[in-house]
Design a protein around this ligand. Structure first.
Ligand code: GDP
Length: 525
């Protein structure tokens, strides 16, 4: 499948994420993809992570108790001459902010759909984030070994609910218990569930090698279906896929490791290599010689023995080499990249060099924040790692008032990591934290106790919604801030935020102040 003409380092990279609703099979598929890449010996390692047994995400009691994965990470593996960087998106809805940020760092996504359930709520939400950036999507309809919905019905649902054209590449032979393999609609070959490594050529759907696989009473329906699929469905078109308008669809069973080979071959062949990244003033292209990258994720406590903080940097252009000096554009200071790291299913290793599309972890003690840009000297800034207006606001209750300063520092760190957002009211009252999902509050309590020895609680804040405010006229903004002083706070970067007691009062103030822009989303910096 490899095209030898595109073997530059960045052209060989595929940086992608899997989007799905919980339980659709993301973990199982991740395991199987890694197996193909030879990145892990045993299936089950990713699952061990998910269930918190002795792995790097084991650090947090909360995760163990609830059995959910709250850690975003990256897994690198090689297959067919390509280097795949699979960015894991946390499964729990409460961590959607993290997930959104992760999706700013990928070039394509695999959408996993449970064949019995079709498009579910979270899949749709994540898809919409992908659509904002026109990220090309490959669809994997999973669990074909179980009772499933009619394939046409599923394709129709994707087209209608996501406004996305579908091009089935394979078609299931049999359903549920009688699911035996898939028929390749374009190439007239089949793959069988027990030996998917072999593409068996056939003369057509009525070839006895195909039709004899099915129980006699299902044969006529199958022939009709395949004919309809071949005649009525759209063929795969690379341009439409790359532009995010059309998704190639594969049917399979992650559990039975079936259909996964077709999927990974499709990623190798069609998924885009690193794209140009939008920065202030210009698009940065992957084959530019000078290194640039942005931080989309900060993770603390990955290893309980080392209290390090890892910033995940998506390299956007050039080459990152270990030991190089990079400019942190936010501060203008230079930092040494002495120990950049690659992550595999279970281990990490020093990254001697990394190219556009790669994701490296950079250990640091608070120098790097979410949204930061690193360059080889240029003052370019990547935009688009977003922050969302929190849906829950709380005041922090500190049991020991002597520790107010320590609390402030700890909160600042948590905010820099993106665990919570922190707002400092202009009137000097206690800090307010904002989160998108309630689970983030539990994480904050646990980490404040474990890492800073600070027992904290929460009090209702009289505010329930907030928006970043800006204006074309500096004077207008200052006037508004002065008039609303008791409802204004500064965020982590000192950007002004207006807080309101209800959606109704927010709307009222918005109408009274047309010169002010109220934003729900803020780019970092
Ligand atoms: P996630 O929540 O999306 O990560 O889903 P998991 O990979 O944990 O899968 C959820 C459940 O579905 C588990 O019990 C899996 O064993 C099961 N599962 C995943 N893929 C398949 C499949 O292809 N066929 C069947 N029958 N079960 C599957």
């Amino acid at each position: 499948m490899s095209d030898p003409s595109d073997d530059t380092p960045s052209a060989r990279r595929r940086t992608f994420a899997i989007i799905s609703h919980p339980d659709a099979g993301k973990t199982t598929l991740t395991e199987k993809l890694l197996l193909f890449g030879g990145a892990i010996q045993l299936a089950g390692e990713v699952r061990a992570k998910k269930h918190g047994a002795q792995t790097r995400s084991d650090w947090m009691g909360i995760e163990r108790e609830r059995g959910i994965s709250v850690v975003t990470s990256v897994m690198t593996f090689e297959y067919d001459g390509r280097i795949f960087n699979l960015l894991d998106t946390p499964g729990h809805e409460d961590f959607s902010e993290d997930t959104y940020r992760t999706l700013t760092a990928v070039d394509s996504a695999v959408m996993v759909i449970d064949a019995a359930k079709g498009i579910e709520a979270r899949t749709r939400k994540l898809f919409e984030v992908c659509r904002l950036r026109d990220i090309p999507i490959v669809t994997f309809i999973n669990k074909m070994d179980r009772e499933s919905r009619d394939p046409f019905d599923l394709l129709d649902e994707i087209e209608k609910t996501l406004a996305l054209d579908t091009a089935p590449v394979t078609w299931p032979i049999g359903r549920g218990r009688s699911f035996v393999g898939t028929y390749d609609l374009a190439h007239n070959h089949i793959r069988l569930i027990d030996r998917d490594e072999e593409a068996i050529p056939v003369s057509g759907p009525d070839d006895p090698k195909v039709i004899d696989l099915l129980p006699p009473d299902e044969r006529d329906a199958f022939l009709e279906e395949i004919t309809l699929a071949q005649e009525a469905c759209k063929p795969f078109e690379l341009d439409a896929f790359r532009e995010g308008h059309l998704t190639p669809v594969f049917f399979g069973s992650a559990l039975r490791t079936f259909g996964v080979r077709d999927l990974i071959d499709a990623l190798a062949a069609f998924a885009p290599s690193p794209r140009g990244q939008q920065a202030d003033g210009r698009t940065v292209l992957p084959d530019e010689t000078r290194m640039t990258g942005f931080v989309f994720k900060i993770q603390a406590n990955m290893d309980p023995n080392h209290r390090d903080r890892i910033a995940f940097l998506r390299v956007c252009s050039g080459k990152l080499t270990r030991g190089m000096k990079a400019k942190l554009v936010r501060t203008g200071k230079s930092i040494s990249l002495n120990a950049p790291q690659f992550f595999f299913a279970r281990s990490r290793s020093l990254a001697e060099e990394a190219f556009a599309g790669d994701v490296v972890g950079i250990p640091n003690h608070g120098t790097l924040r979410i949204g930061d840009t690193l360059t080889e000297g240029e003052d370019v800034l990547f935009r688009g790692v977003p922050s969302f207006a929190p849906e829950i606001l709380r005041r922090i209750r500190l049991q020991d008032p002597m520790k107010a300063k320590k609390l402030r520092e700890a909160l600042q760190q948590m905010a820099e990591e993106g665990v919570v957002q922190m707002f400092l009211p202009k009137d000097g009252s206690a800090a307010i934290v904002g989160v998108v999902g309630a689970l983030q509050l539990d994480v904050l309590v646990e980490r404040m106790q474990a890492e800073y020895g600070l027992p904290i609680g929460f009090e209702q804040s009289r505010f329930t919604v907030c928006r970043w405010i800006s204006s074309d006229s500096r004077a207008d903004l200052e006037k508004f801030v002065e008039a609303q002083r008791s409802a204004i706070a500064d965020d982590l970067d000192g950007a002004p935020v207006f807080m309101a007691t209800s959606a109704f009062s927010l709307k009222y103030e918005q109408e009274r102040a047309p010169q002010i822009v109220f934003s729900e989303v803020k780019d970092y910096q």
